[in-house]
Structures are given as structure tokens and as C-alpha cells.
Design a protein around this ligand. Structure first.
Ligand code: SF4
Length: 198
């Protein structure tokens, strides 16, 4: 039986669908207010919260579940609005990274309040209910990540490849045992698409 059939008794799945719609609507409203599209907002947030060297068109495409060509179009439009700029890698000139311009940082400041509507609702639950909800949603998210329906990153400190203070005294004292790069304090607080908890 379809989850949209009124006789369907599995209310949980249908609720997820409705919550997804609400999140989409919130994103639309906030984007419209800033004269941006939801895709542009997602790209700005990705750039703001992801480690510099991981901000590539390919990683954004994975994050948005779309093609690199689509992302290039979104990036072009953000560049035209002077919200971001393309920068050639210092160590490898073939690599192009994306950076926020001052106007882009300002836009992020406005759009990143997305989600407070849901936070407000959840804050009315007791701490036990919140804890239970968090655990159950985490389990569902993990399953969806496993089957490739959610693309997510996390910060270094929770990653199995992270080596804290590997180069103590250096400006980038930490080390990534997977990408073989040194990491600063700022780097390790940004999301990384290569994160692994195993
Ligand atoms: S793979 Fe892990 S340790 Fe390496 S940069 Fe990404 S999150 Fe940090």
C-alpha cells in the first residue's frame, strides 16, 4: 500500500515525507528572501562549512546529488552575483577551489538560520524525548548513508584518520593519515567529505 493512501497505517514514513516538504519550503522562503535559489544556498553553505581543499565541484555534486555540470552552472551564477570566486590551488594549479567573497559571507549569515523553526518545535520536547529522537534519527540516517541516499561529511576530530598534534609546534600541527595533509586548528573544525568513522 502506498504511503499516500489515506488507509495506510505507517504514519512514520508519511511524517518523514511531510517533514521533508516543510524543510524544502523553509529553504525556498529563505532563498527567495535573499534572491537566491535553494541550490545556490546549499552551495554557499557547503563552501562555508567545508575544509578549503575539499571544496571542489565534484564534492559539491555528491553533496547535492546532481551532476558536476549542474554544479558548474550554480557556481557560475554565484560568481556573477559576486558571492564567490574560483581560486587556483597553490600546490597544484590544475585544481580549482571556491571561496566566499564578503557578500557571500554576508548571505551565509542570513541563510544559515534555516532550521530554527524545527529546532523550536523539538525544544518543546523533554530532554529524554529529545535524546530518544536523536538516537532513532541517527540510526535512520546511518542506514540511509550506508545505502548512498545521504551524502555527508564530518569534522576531523571524529575521524579515524585524524592524528592530533602529529607535528606539535607547527602552524598546522595535526595530520590526516588518509589524505596525507597537515591540518590547522581551523581546518579540523570544517566538514570533510572524506571523513570516516571506521
Ligand atoms: S579524512 Fe578524516 S582526518 Fe582526513 S581531513 Fe578528512 S576528516 Fe580530517
Amino acid at each position: 500500500m502506498s504511503i499516500f493512501d489515506p488507509l495506510y497505517s505507517g504514519q512514520i514514513t508519511r511524517s518523514f515525507f511531510y517533514i521533508g516538504q516543510a524543510v524544502k519550503n523553509i529553504l525556498w522562503e529563505k532563498s527567495k528572501h535573499e534572491h537566491l535559489t535553494p541550490a545556490q544556498v546549499k552551495v554557499l553553505l557547503f563552501i562555508n562549512y567545508t575544509r578549503n581543499d575539499a571544496i571542489t565541484v565534484g564534492n559539491i555534486a555528491k553533496y547535492l546529488s546532481c551532476t558536476p555540470a549542474t554544479v558548474s552552472g550554480v557556481v557560475d551564477s554565484l560568481e556573477k552575483k559576486d558571492l564567490i570566486r574560483r581560486v587556483r590551488g597553490l600546490d597544484d594549479r590544475r585544481k580549482v577551489h571556491l571561496k566566499l567573497n564578503p557578500a557571500g559571507r554576508k548571505a551565509v549569515g542570513v541563510v544559515e538560520s534555516i532550521g530554527y523553526e524545527i529546532e523550536d518545535i523539538v525544544s518543546e520536547f523533554s530532554s529524554e524525548e529529545q535524546e530518544m529522537l536523536e538516537k532513532l534519527l541517527e540510526r535512520i540516517s546511518e542506514k540511509l548513508i550506508d545505502i548512498g541516499l545521504i551524502y555527508t561529511g564530518d569534522i576531523c576530530t571524529a575521524c579515524c584518520y585524524f592524528k592530533r598534534d602529529h607535528y606539535l609546534g607547527e602552524s598546522k600541527p595535526h595530520y590526516c593519515d588518509s589524505l596525507h595533509i597537515m591540518l590547522s586548528e581551523e581546518d579540523i573544525c570544517k566538514e570533510c567529505p572524506y571523513y570516516s568513522k571506521n
